[in-house]
Ligand binder design. Sequence first.
Ligand SMILES: [Zn+2]
Length: 406
Amino acid sequence: MTKAPELTKTKFDVRRIIGKIEGKHPGPCIIFFGSIHGNETSGYLALKRFFDPAVTRNISNKLRGTIIGITGNIKALNEGKRFIEKDLNRIWTHENLARISKHPELFDGNEYAEMRDLYAEINNILTGGATNYYFIDLHTTSGSTLPFVIINDSLQNRALARFFPTPVVLGIEEYLEGTIMDYINDLGFPAIAMESGQHDDMESEDIHFASVWVALVAAGCLKEEEVRGYKAHCDRIRFAAVAEKRNFYEVVYREPVNANQEFVMNNGYSNFHRVAKGETLAHKNKKEIIAEYSGRIFMPLYQSQGSEGFFIIRKINKIWLRLSRFLRKNKLEYVFTVLPGIQIKPEERNVLIVNKKIAAFFSTDLLHLFGYRKVRINGSKVEYVKREIPQYTQPYYLKTEANKQQ
Ligand SMILES: [Zn+2]
């Protein structure tokens, strides 16, 4: 790893909109977020580099649609911190969104103010009449890692993620509440996070920069042959990720950390490092934390701020991916509704309502296969929520070769 200069000490002249390019041809709108976490300078710097006129000169002649770069947590970025008071990537909950739309003036504190700005920007962009909208959230990690993509498990997220020559980790929505991806996915649009490397690694910015070009092709804003050096951009990411190939992984465990707990990760765990059940991974308030599962360690916490100590992930086999795609595309969850006590919620077609007694017989694995990863208790009923949005129309990238094999 080549350590980057002390960027976090630099004061940036930060604007909310880093750049915007409108193409001469109609098409999708692709939105990049950089530095939702303020200590992750890479996303912001890569977007600054991309929107430099010397880099994107003449691009609008070829471009279909619009490209927008947005800064996440401006104050935290200037102070080199993950956040000031609250994690900006954990507050996009239904409760906060309900409050923000009715009483934005009641939102106090830095992150709520940043969220209010971002919320207004996103809503403004979504009224722009694009053929579709794609969101890419650029992040880095505290521990050393190869690049990877992390998604909520829906087919449209998977299809977009598949364009990146990296491992893909899905199912994070079961363990994290209130990410900006959650909000966008709930609106019905694909949104994925691209984690390019460790915060201070100079390569992280290069990989984010290459990822921007890959995402433009994935969204259909440009064709491969219209991007100068497209193969080199792909290779840049592929070589960094080579140790893990393009496997899909699923999150199976999260180790939570509260603000008043002292969490110390044992040294030497890089991302995707294999762990065995029973292995000591960390200490929380001086107590040993033992691996409850065998698998791979994922996003171990090597910084003071953060609400997850680590995750454990497991590789998903290709048959499961294909089967789940088939079941979801053909909306075969309807077979459940022939059973008593099970129905699809009329006002929310992505929700399955199950009588509590019946729910006891439902296996998590089966629900995952159909895409149901969130559970809500509603009186005597259990509601299983999935991210496959009914109004979803097939976007450009599903028709391309890369996704036919998925
Ligand atoms: Zn982050």
